[in-house]
Design a protein around this ligand. Structure first.
Ligand SMILES: [Zn+2]
Length: 503
């Protein structure tokens, strides 16, 4: 039957995001959705793309980002779209831009300054206001967001070095309830960071409690990612068990030489726990981490690179050792002089990174820091690095598995219905790439070099990236967490828990 479509992507090799083997076919798009997939040579379209020699895949979902502000301030989202990313999940590690019902304290408390050191962007009094701004000023990509526990602590507590009082917990609960009603997908925590370290397990459980009726997700940058990772896993599981909610272990890693090799044990424990409760995890494909500069991290790092410094911006991109010799001082003094600042730490072992990436349930998330002057290359390179370096060049897993880890798996885990897969009826979030060419080019020396091998990128049926440049279109939507009966094993239609209103 001859049919006419808005768009036909012809002659591509389809990797559909489910993990299934690739096949040859044409993809037809009408409006925001995929209409048909198959042999469509007798059909016509207003616009055609010849995808011969290219992979046609669902657009990639960056499950771990700090893009809260970039979505509004730099809506073309070039670091992400240039990698084939069509959806980002913001508000991670306890840090969310919203809500901020009181004037933000200045200077902005680390790590909240990772999103905005000036404080100007901490201007959304409620989570609803923030999501409304995203809806009114859409970005090129879709976005979902957590509300951050550390942001809430900074709002309600005068002293962050102690557990929250009952009254403070109650205020945080009100804000979590507001955020969930507005469309947050859950609560994130960053218990490793100084402003949240004094929070007890009980505090986290109570603050998260209002998200339970919304089927919210608890995503956590765990209290420890070094030698005490096992204890942190126990705490993380206990929080999930107490609330009966899904838990997401953010950027799972083993940092510091003493912890190297422990991923054999952590993955066994995680796999065991997955039988008892809903646990998910993500990972970025590098052996270096990046966050605010602290002496503790620098001391356990083989090498430390400065990514930004408010007081000494001239040291961005420099090795901490060089800074010490140039200033003629100790590490402690150099770290103090640069504050507030950010850094890259070379603290992981390649075997752990490869093992965690290869673990079947592991999703890919960049953890990119878009406002750093000299960012970790994960911001610009994560997805092509998994496809090129880890899948094609090192053969860690098939291309189909690599794509699944950044599309279908992620959509199912987070609850993005009709996304992350290429099939008739799904949203037309589509990325074309050359499987032979694709590679990350961002390095620690040149961290903002664009990846190679990405072709066209579509979001909700609209082209956002063509000919190695953004088109300027901003078709992104605010996404909410929904559970379809198909995505929730064991769920029947009567227990369907669609969380939020339209989006
Ligand atoms: Zn984190």
């Amino acid at each position: 039957m001859t049919q006419h479509f808005d768009l036909l992507i012809r002659n591509g090799t389809i990797v559909d995001g489910t993990g299934a083997a690739r096949y040859e076919g044409d993809v037809a798009v009408c409006g925001e959705r995929v209409s048909r997939i198959g042999e469509l040579s007798d059909c016509t379209a207003t616009r055609e793309i010849d995808a011969k020699g290219l992979i046609v895949a669902p657009g990639f979902i960056d499950v771990h980002t700090h893009d809260d502000r970039m979505l509004l301030a730099e809506g073309d989202m070039v670091p992400k779209v240039s990698q084939g990313v069509t959806t980002v999940v913001a508000g991670n590690c306890g840090i969310s831009l919203a809500p901020m019902p009181v004037p933000v304290s200045r200077p902005v408390l680390p790590p909240l300054d990772l999103l905005d050191a000036s404080g100007e962007w901490y201007c959304y009094r409620s989570f609803a206001e923030y999501l409304a701004a995203l809806g009114e000023t859409p970005a090129a990509v879709n976005a979902a967001a957590y509300v951050g526990h550390t942001t809430l602590r900074a709002i309600v507590m005068d002293d962050l070095d102690r557990p929250a009082s009952a009254a403070e917990v109650a205020r945080m609960q009100e804000m979590v309830a507001e955020a969930m009603e507005a469309g947050a997908i859950g609560v994130s925590t960053g218990l490793a960071y100084p402003p949240a370290r004094a929070a007890t397990t009980e505090e986290v459980i109570e603050v998260c409690r209002p998200m339970v009726p919304h089927d919210g997700l608890h995503a956590t940058h765990m209290r420890d990612e070094g030698e005490a990772t096992m204890a942190s896993l126990d705490e993380t599981f206990a929080i999930g068990r107490a609330l009966g909610v899904q838990t997401l272990i953010s950027h799972h890693k083993l940092a510091g030489a003493a912890a190297h090799g422990q991923s054999v044990a952590t993955l066994r424990v995680i796999a065991d726990e997955m039988i008892r409760q809903k646990v998910s995890l993500d990972c970025y494909p590098y052996t270096a981490s990046s966050t605010i500069l602290t002496l503790e991290h620098a001391e356990s790092s083989g090498r430390t690179l400065i990514t930004w410094s408010r007081k000494r911006p001239e040291f961005s991109g420099r090795d901490l050792m060089d800074v010490m010799s140039e200033l003629g001082c100790s590490m402690a003094e150099a770290v103090a002089q640069l504050q507030p600042a950010g850094a890259v730490y070379f603290r992981m072992h390649e075997d752990d990174v490869s093992r965690i990436l290869s673990f079947d349930p592991t999703m890919i998330g960049s953890d990119g820091l878009p406002h750093d002057e000299f960012p970790h290359p994960r911001l610009w390179g994560t997805f092509p690095r998994v496809l090129g370096h880890y899948s094609r060049d090192r053969g860690l897993f098939t291309l189909e598995t690599a794509v699944h880890k950044m599309t279908g798996l992620t959509a199912a885990e987070i609850g993005f219905v009709d996304r992350g897969v290429l099939r008739a009826g799904a949203f037309a979030d589509i990325t074309l790439f050359d499987a032979g060419l694709i590679r990350d080019q961002a390095t620690f020396e040149e961290p903002t070099r664009r990846a190679e091998g990405i072709g066209a990128v579509l979001v909700n049926g609209v082209s956002v990236w063509e000919g190695d440049a953004p088109t300027g279109a901003r078709p992104g939507r605010v996404l909410h967490r929904q559970r379809s009966p198909m995505q929730a094993p064991g769920a029947n239609t009567g227990s369907r828990a669609a969380v939020s209103t339209a989006g």
